[in-house]
Design a protein around this ligand. Structure first.
Ligand code: CA
Length: 228
């Protein structure tokens, strides 16, 4: 078997779903490991070598959302949620937690595989927020971010915007993706996302006037600079 990218951890308690997904992933040359609950998933993640987690929300021992929240304190591993409910709240909650994408059951294994490939492409060779090369530190418990060791005074929306950018340096976020990441369901952000970015830039320049931390990709959106 030719392995061209990615070792996938599949966390799913329903054997029928897991087996059809495993078959689809492996037939596309992806390496996949299957565990049935959160405890086994955390153990597998701790052992390392995982490039992406496919995470069911409804697990027997812990919710996928809770698991994601815990992992995000120490890991930036890409996460694709499998959710049984299509309500918008699932999407918002999932993305606020730092997940990369989600699919709603029932889904086709082919759709999941395509999304996994898209995430892996997006994340290929990123400057990880944990690599030590980023000047940012995110503290999710205090909703605080430091830049070059200095605490930034951020509104809740600005915290979410900057956290989304910091977690994926170099990734281009469209305005609508940033709204998804940061709004918490507040539709008024649509008109204000650009002014929040402008305000964030001013706060970052106050710390380091020589560097543009947030780059504008004309016609596409915003990205955090990668070359620190
Ligand atoms: Ca389940």
């Amino acid at each position: 078997m030719v392995v061209d990218m990615g070792s996938i951890l599949l966390v799913e308690d329903e054997a029928v779903i897991a087996e059809s997904l495993l078959y689809a992933l492996r037939s596309e040359g992806l390496v996949a490991t299957w565990v049935r609950d959160g405890a086994l998933a955390s153990a597998a993640l701790a052992r390392g070598g995982i490039d992406l987690v496919v995470l069911d929300v409804g697990l027997p021992d812990v919710s996928g959302f809770e698991l994601c929240r815990t992992w995000r304190r120490s890991s930036a591993v890409p996460i694709l949620f499998l959710t049984a409910r299509s309500a918008e709240i699932d999407r918002v909650v999932g993305l606020e937690l730092g997940a990369d994408d989600y699919v709603v059951k029932p889904f086709s294994p082919r759709e999941v595989t395509a999304r996994i490939r898209a995430i892996l492409r997006r994340c290929a060779a990123p400057v990880s927020a944990e690599s030590g090369r980023t000047p940012f530190r995110v503290d999710d418990d205090r909703l605080a971010i430091t830049y070059r060791g200095q605490a930034l005074a951020l509104s809740r929306v600005q915290f979410r915007l900057l956290r989304a950018l910091v977690q994926r340096p170099g990734r281009i976020f469209s305005r609508s993706q940033l709204i998804d990441e940061a709004s918490g369901g507040d539709p008024s952000l649509d008109r204000t996302v650009d002014s929040h970015i402008k305000d964030l830039r001013a706060k970052l320049r106050a710390v380091d006037p020589a560097v543009d931390a947030i780059l504008t990709r004309r016609g596409e959106g915003y990205a955090l600079r990668e070359d620190w």
